[in-house]
Design a binder for this molecule. Structure first.
Ligand code: DC
Length: 220
């Protein structure tokens, strides 16, 4: 049986940084499920499909072959054979992913792939529904969150460090909108699994969050 660590939480809580580092320290693979939903969103955007057209999304998602591979230990996402990893972390793709990921056909396809990966190898997997739907039997489940203001500030600092001009208030409004969409959708909404440990990273360093997670792994 593989060992499974599930980390769920809202956008900007630090899930990917923490999950990646946890996987590295434990020698597990890291599966970023948000990147899979983003790759699907990129496919739909390229096809010019509207976020409102759920029928077309259901049909088109069948033609998107999404797979993952590892290069130097880092996840690469392949969309119909093309490595699209570097194209996924834009606001446009993220906003489309938040809407298209509500589609049950998109979810079914990607959840199957995620479950296959976790069956084969020890994983740290992050997303919105990992502890509740994808890996309900995970050995350790964490719900990682932070205040909206804190998540917006982190995102703002990340973007300005890259030289992008942005507005903190717009980022905060975008995060609040994304939370609302992810938490209120009909299929697999973001919520804390009953047996997940709730961790608020607002006033914690990455190191402190890591220590708490590794302590949970030791006692599990
Ligand atoms: O974590 P992220 O920002 O890369 O995720 C992009 C979108 O994908 C997010 O708004 C919701 C969706 N998502 C999901 O529905 N289920 C997951 N397991 C991961 C992401």
């Amino acid at each position: 049986m593989s060992y499974q660590i599930a980390i769920d939480g809202p956008a900007g809580a630090g899930k990917s940084t923490i999950a990646k580092e946890t996987a590295k320290q434990l020698g597990f693979i890291y599966v970023d499920t948000g990147a899979m939903y983003r790759a699907m969103a990129l496919y739909l955007l390229r096809r010019g499909i509207s976020a409102e057209d759920s029928k077309q999304i259901s049909e088109a998602c069948r033609e998107a072959d999404i797979t993952i591979a590892y290069k130097d230990g880092l996840q690469q996402v392949l969309l119909n054979g093309e490595n699209v990893t570097g194209l996924l972390r834009t606001e446009e793709v993220g906003n489309m992913a938040s809407i298209s990921s509500a589609n049950p056909d998109v979810r079914k396809k990607l959840v199957e792939l995620q479950q296959e990966l976790a069956e084969r190898e020890d994983v740290v997997m992050d997303g919105r529904d990992i502890g509740t739907c994808v890996l309900p039997g995970a050995d350790v489940k964490i719900y990682l969150t932070a205040s909206t203001a804190c998540r917006a500030k982190r995102r703002y600092e990340e973007l300005t460090a890259k030289g992008e001009v942005c507005d903190l208030a717009v980022i905060e409004a975008d995060i609040a909108k994304r939370d609302h969409q992810d938490m209120t959708r009909e299929h697999s909404p973001l919520r804390q699994a009953e047996d997940a440990v709730w961790l608020d990273s607002s006033d914690l360093t990455i190191q402190e969050v890591m220590e708490r997670i590794l302590a949970l792994v030791k006692t599990a």
